[in-house]
Design a binder for this molecule. Structure first.
Ligand code: UD2
Ligand code: MN
Length: 523
């Protein structure tokens, strides 16, 4: 291994502006929050359960707000960061389309499936979305399989979620318990409380703005009975603007990027092949979105529930995903099960302590415990994150030890070979990695040349080598673009500040120090 003492990747400084722009954009779009604490005095209108079958939103249709109400609609939108006015117009038991694949509709499941508790945590949720979640569970689950619904109130500040909620759920035909956190604890600890107070053999977690569709539960429970797998439904999209119900795809699965954001990616060919092309069979997924899944109660205990050191929101979804896979389990999307969820563009509630702080802390906890040296990909792309205090992780590391979980490299190799994180790399610098495929890469972007003597650009990696193939010469310190045989050249002060490729001249502006370079002998 070669190590450079003054290991700064000069390349990084020259190109950093490209990334900076992206950070700024992403940071502000993800952290946009709204403190509107206005109360809506409701428990729904009395007719909310008996609206006509051609009423607003029936059949999952979009709700259109008349022109004269648009101003009011915009005001109300801020309360929950979705179209609350539309939601309130829709019946709490509206009808939905059957979006399942044909092959799912007549599948038969065993009679003696395990019973589930449904745990729903919420903080300042709207009445209509919360109760529509509850009604959809009750109306579309066989009651023999439904032990109870547990609603965990994470210290909401809205009166209608106190006594009115308790009174309302008392008259429902399935036992519904309302449990309160004493103080704002975040969704992770709220779920832990709900799980510990519930009694079903299976625990099913849902967000508080979901709608379950026909036949959603049986395939989840059947899969757990068969194999103790952790299972997620396909998450359909309920529009935050119109509450239209839109089927999610069975052709996407869960992944993540260098920033440890959960992302959807296409199901790769190897997973289609493994299922012999049968799209009604469960998809093995590297990660779960986080909010909607079922798990056997004993298995949840056995693999260490959640990391209770995580606050408010974020990180727990990747943490449990890595843990399941690395510690010998399986995580799947059961494509015959569909549940809708209102995806929002911004978060409606506060993050005590600051959004960035909290998410970074949670992400650091999961990176430190589960990702081994690959945590550096996260640290490199998240400036300042290593300064965030992540608290004590001894008990989580001990859990990993006790369960004899496999290394993260095993996970990348066997579960997520199409990951944005390269399994093999020669160098990891301030911003970029030099991968074993000889790409200069950050996240899913690769250094790309489209013009001789021209500026280089960061474009989506295509893995075809071609114009994204670079040879590093550790003696001459040059990065040669193989196709053009030109050298990567630092931007000069006068021109555009973008590095370009130029004829190799062996000048200082074409020398690049890669950090911690480990190159094979043949190189
Ligand atoms: C996604 C998940 C969510 C969770 C999150 C990462 C889906 C559909 N949603 O974000 O479940 O895994 O990623 O952490 O997969 N809540 C509390 N206390 C809080 C904050 C939130 O109880 O302090 C509740 C909230 O009311 C909601 C649930 O937690 O019912 C999830 O929060 P979200 O809807 O804001 O998260 P989402 O869907 O953006
Ligand atoms: Mn949600």
């Amino acid at each position: 291994m070669r190590r450079f003492a003054y290991c700064k990747v000069v390349l990084a400084t020259s190109l950093v502006w490209v990334m900076l722009d992206m950070f700024i954009l992403l940071y502000f779009s993800e952290c946009n929050k709204c403190d509107d604490k206005k109360e809506r005095g409701l428990p729904g209108r009395d007719d909310a359960l008996s609206r006509p079958r051609d009423g607003p939103g029936e059949g999952g249709k979009p709700v259109v707000i008349p022109k004269e109400n648009q101003e009011k609609m915009k005001e109300m939108f801020k309360i929950n960061q979705f179209n609350l006015m539309a939601s309130e117009m829709i019946a709490l038991n509206r009808s939905l389309p059957d979006v399942r694949l044909e092959g799912c509709k007549n599948k038969l499941y065993p009679d003696n499936l395990p019973r589930t508790s449904v745990v729903i945590v919420f903080h300042n949720e709207a009445w209509s979305t919360l109760l529509r979640t509850v009604h959809s569970v009750i109306d579309r689950s066989p009651h023999t399989l439904l032990e109870e619904i547990v609603l965990v109130d994470d210290a909401s500040e809205r009166d209608f979620l106190k006594r009115p909620l308790e009174q309302y759920v008392r008259r429902l035909e399935v036992p519904v318990r309302v449990v309160r956190m004493e103080q704002r604890s975040g969704l992770i600890r709220a779920r832990l409380k709900g799980a510990s107070l519930s009694t079903g053999q299976v625990i099913t977690f849902l967000d508080a703005h979901c709608e379950c569709t026909t036949g959603w539960l049986e395939p989840l429970l059947a899969r757990i009975k068969q194999d103790k797998t952790v299972v997620c439904p396909i998450i359909d999209v309920i529009s935050d603007d119109t509450f239209e119900y839109m089927a999610g795809s069975d052709m996407t699965y869960g992944g993540f990027n260098w920033k440890l954001n959960f992302r959807w990616y296409p199901v790769p060919q190897r997973e289609m092949d493994r299922r012999k092309g049968d799209r009604t069979l469960p998809v093995r997924t590297p990660t779960m979105a986080g909010g909607l899944f079922s798990i056997d109660r004993d298995y949840f205990q056995e693999i260490g529930t959640y990391d209770a050191g995580m606050d408010i929101w974020g990180g727990e979804n990747l943490e449990i995903s890595f843990r399941i896979w690395q510690c010998g389990g399986t995580l799947e999307i059961v494509t015959c099960s569909h549940v809708g969820h209102v995806f929002r563009k911004a978060t409606p509630y506060t993050f005590p302590g600051g959004t960035g702080q909290i998410i970074n802390k949670n992400n650091r906890r999961l990176a430190e415990v589960w990702m081994d040296e690959f945590k550096n990909f996260f640290y490199i792309i998240s400036p300042g994150v290593t300064k965030v205090d992540y608290g004590d992780i001894t008990s989580r590391s001990a859990l990993r030890q006790k369960l004899q979980c496999k290394p993260f490299s095993w996970y990348l190799e066997n579960v997520y070979p199409d990951s944005q994180i390269p399994r093999h790399y020669y160098s990891l610098g301030e911003v970029f990695s030099y991968t074993a495929n000889k790409e200069i890469r950050t996240d899913d972007l690769c250094l790309d040349v489209s013009k001789l003597n021209g500026p280089v650009m960061m474009l989506k990696c295509h893995h075809l080598k071609g114009n994204q193939l670079w040879e590093y010469d550790p003696q001459k310190l040059t990065l040669i673009h193989v196709n053009s045989n030109q050298c990567l050249d630092k931007a000069s002060e006068e021109d555009s500040q973008v590095p370009s490729v130029r004829d190799c001249s062996h000048t200082r502006s074409q020398q690049w120090l890669l950090r911690n370079v480990t190159l094979p002998e043949v190189f």
